[in-house]
Design a protein around this ligand. Structure first.
Ligand code: SF4
Length: 328
């Protein structure tokens, strides 16, 4: 529990103010190991009964919209709300923070960094961003933090489906420094801005770069598009998750397919699972849900799975030179 601050006093105060007698607790997979501790602590501080949601949760796009069937309020840990989505005053987003030990690593990083640096991060490390900026500036660097737009809540924050904060400062910086863990966010920034991204992972305390990952991913995407370009039948996949549903886009893509002499069926799912697609005839899939699905999970699918723009390249509406990643 030492690594993360779950702001439990603050959460308990909110539950009591809402007069919540039953509370649904929702967390991403990486935090679920803390859920029983959190439930115990919140029960001690409130008069409420806690229900831990076991279903997978990938982001604030994936709120347990049926929570009111068993709880008065929902407490969602680990993601910020998506500003463009409708608010619900029975849902509380807990912006957890991580205790980051970075000083000695920044000293090690300093000679490896260019002069103009863009700082980007994800929510657990956001509180440290201004401190890291100040330290780098005191040590002679020009540091930029991009403005939020769209689905991110804070300046400097990037999501797998929104890297506006990086694009905002891309022209001003030599490279990006990503404070966080995982490859997807820095990969998206690297492919879209064509700038080098250095990763400082406060959990593993490692400094690394993406090496040839962006080139490998682009090669794989090119191969998937080529394979799908001969497809006669597509399945266009739509998610029912509240923040991933792009039904209008899906129907538009279907029309494009038909206009280009391809067959396309719309298939709706909550949790994307290749096994659910077995009964259907198709040569390729198009995911209109979280942009990460086609990129991170392609190996799980027996047929090529494309993003919307990749689909348009495959059927000849766009060219490979128009390629960009999918964002919501
Ligand atoms: S759509 Fe994907 S990347 Fe965006 S918040 Fe949801 S899970 Fe994260």
């Amino acid at each position: 529990m030492d690594l993360y601050d779950f702001k439990l006093d603050f959460v308990a105060k909110w539950i009591n103010e809402k007069n919540g007698k039953s509370v649904a607790i929702q967390m991403p997979e990486g935090l679920k190991i803390y859920s029983q501790f959190i439930a115990d602590e919140l029960e001690k501080r409130t008069n409420a009964t806690m229900f831990i949601i076991a279903d997978a949760c990938y982001g604030a796009c994936d709120i347990a919209k049926d929570f009111s069937e068993f709880a008065d309020v929902l407490v969602h840990f680990g993601h910020t709300e998506i500003p463009i989505m409708a608010n619900n005053d029975r849902i509380f987003f807990v912006e957890i923070s991580a205790d980051v030990k970075y000083q000695s690593h920044l000293v090690e990083l300093l000679p490896k960094l260019g002069n103009r640096i863009g700082l980007i991060t994800t929510i657990p490390f956001l509180e440290e961003l201004e401190k890291i900026k100040k330290w780098l500036e005191e040590n002679g660097k020009q540091v930029f933090i991009g403005r939020r737009k769209g689905r991110a809540k804070y300046d400097g924050q990037v999501l797998g489906c929104d890297i506006s904060a990086a694009k905002d400062i891309s022209e001003l910086v030599d490279e990006f420094l990503f404070i966080g863990n995982g490859d997807f966010h820095p990969l998206a920034v690297s492919i879209e801005t064509k700038k080098k991204v250095i990763i400082f992972d406060p959990i593993t305390q490692q400094i690394r770069d993406l090496a040839d990952l962006p080139e490998r991913v682009l090669r794989q995407r090119h191969a998937a598009i080529s394979k799908a370009s001969t497809a006669k039948k597509f399945l266009i996949l739509v998610s029912t998750k509240v923040g991933q549903n792009r039904l209008h886009l899906a129907t538009h893509l279907r029309k494009e397919a038909i206009d280009h002499n391809r067959k396309a069926d719309l298939v709706v799912m909550n949790e994307f699972n290749p096994d659910l697609l077995i009964p259907f005839e198709a040569d390729a899939y198009v995911s209109t849900a979280c942009p990460r699905l086609a990129i991170d999970d392609f190996l799980r699918y027996p047929k090529p799975i494309l993003t919307p723009v990749e689909f348009e390249i495959a059927i000849g509406i766009k060219r490979w030179r128009d390629y960009h990643l999918d964002f919501l």
